[in-house]
Design a protein around this ligand. Structure first.
Ligand code: PGA
Length: 255
């Protein structure tokens, strides 16, 4: 286990702007309890709330992250938000290739690699999501599925001479996202050992491994038994301040 555990709160589109505002007003004074020497919180609200979140995060020692980023630096790309804007808003991290983006918006491997390159240019750490379906998990073909998602992106990073840059890789089983079930720590040990081997062969050495999918206070402790795990990506449970606090305190207390 890395000495500092990273908790990435992916708020998705759960909150409207006003609900996000209410979250900060209600919980702002307690936010700094969610971070410390052993645990770093990264808050990823939706775009419209980044500006709102920035002062609260700064005051509380919380890092700010985005849920997505444009594949382009600037120009005629309606609806896109550039990595430069994310950086100007104070983002230090950005999620790339979440399954909800891959399926709804059909973001291609090339687009995901372009997003990562844009983020590198702004010194924002990409959090690349990969995952397996329930069928793949049950058939024992999860590792193949994960490698197929990683390889085209690694190739592009290699071609662009950026394979040495720091990246976080989040294993998020599709069957666990938004569900009340998660992988087990022994699944993570197996997946992470395979990913370690695969990344070493393909020249990626500067990376961290996260897990996401159905994480709540009941599961976090068991998952943390995986030695290679460096943090969590938490969706629904992170929008409830009391749940988030419970997850954080159980992870710190049992460290
Ligand atoms: P969940 O979402 O914690 O609600 O399962 C995690 C994610 O999709 O990143």
């Amino acid at each position: 286990m890395s000495p500092t555990l990273l908790i990435v709160a992916n708020w998705k589109s759960y909150f409207s702007f006003k609900q996000a505002q209410a979250f900060f007003e209600q919980n702002g004074p307690e936010l700094q309890k969610l971070t410390g020497p052993k645990l770093q919180l990264v808050l990823c609200p939706s775009f419209e709330s980044l500006f709102l979140a920035q002062p609260w995060c700064k005051r509380s020692g919380i890092s700010l992250g985005a849920q997505v980023c444009s594949s382009y630096a600037a120009g005629a790309h309606t609806g896109d938000v550039s990595a430069l804007s994310l950086s100007q808003l104070g983002c230090r991290y950005a999620i790339v290739g979440h399954i909800e983006r891959r399926t709804t918006y059909h973001e291609s491997d090339k687009q995901l690699a372009q997003q990562i390159l844009q983020l590198f240019d702004q010194n924002i750490t990409p959090i690349l999501c990969i995952g397996d379906t329930l069928k793949e998990y049950q058939e024992g073909s999860s590792i193949n599925a994960l490698e197929e998602q990683l390889l085209p992106i690694l190739k592009i990073l290699n071609q662009e001479g950026k394979i040495h840059k720091k990246i976080l890789i989040a294993y998020e089983p599709f069957w666990a996202i938004g569900a009340n079930k998660t992988a087990k720590s022994k699944d993570l040990d197996h997946v992470f050992a395979s990913i370690d081997r695969f990344l070493a062969i393909n020249g990626l050495i500067n990376y961290g491994l996260l897990y996401g999918g159905g994480v709540n206070e009941a599961h976090a402790q068991e998952l943390k038994k995986s030695n290679r795990l460096q943090g969590f990506l938490i969706g629904r449970a992170s929008t409830d301040f009391q749940s988030l606090k419970k997850i954080v305190s159980c992870l710190i207390e049992h460290d």
